[in-house]
Design a protein around this ligand. Structure first.
Ligand code: MG
Length: 158
């Protein structure tokens, strides 16, 4: 028995704050503005996992007006989401993700992000797909105003 899920998230780029994507720090002069650490990729992934298990969305589980989650490391949210789906009897088949960003270049960090996401989810790196693409300077990502992420996951009932 298989369950598929999708997730999408966007955060605005802001000068002078750390850029955190895929659970790692990426050297860049802009970071992502958010109530949490702004890890747009982990947020999309959490929504895909929750969606596949019909467990709602990240905003329901971790409200962005709650002091508890202010500045929180999104890896903690992902850990909790994995616990929730496993409590419901699901295991992760694989996940696939796309970062949509004009800047910075993510290619040098893809392997590190895959390794970190796999570690947090407690699955093999081979089950974590990750790509980055630009939008050819079109739209908000193209204007370097923000970064988006898209995630797809498949869960198996165990
Ligand atoms: Mg978010």
């Amino acid at each position: 028995m298989y369950r598929i899920g999708n997730g999408y998230d966007v955060h605005r780029l802001k000068e002078g704050i750390p850029l955190r994507v895929g659970g790692i720090n990426i050297p860049y002069e802009f970071g992502l503005e958010a109530h949490s650490d702004g890890d747009v990729l982990i947020h999309a992934l959490c929504d895909a996992l929750l969606g596949a298990a019909a467990l709602g969305d990240i905003g329901q589980h971790f409200p962005d007006n709650s002091a508890e989650f202010k500045g929180i490391d999104s890896r903690i949210l992902l850990t909790r989401v994995c616990e929730l789906i496993r409590e419901k009897g699901f295991e992760i088949g694989n996940v696939d993700n796309t970062i949509v960003a004009q800047v910075p270049k993510f290619l040098p960090y893809i392997i590190s992000m895959r390794e970190e996401l796999a570690r947090v989810m407690n699955i093999e790196v081979d089950r974590v797909g990750l790509k980055a693409t630009t939008t050819e300077k079109l739209g908000f990502t193209g204007r370097k105003e923000g970064i988006a992420a898209i995630s797809t996951v498949i869960l198996q009932k165990v």
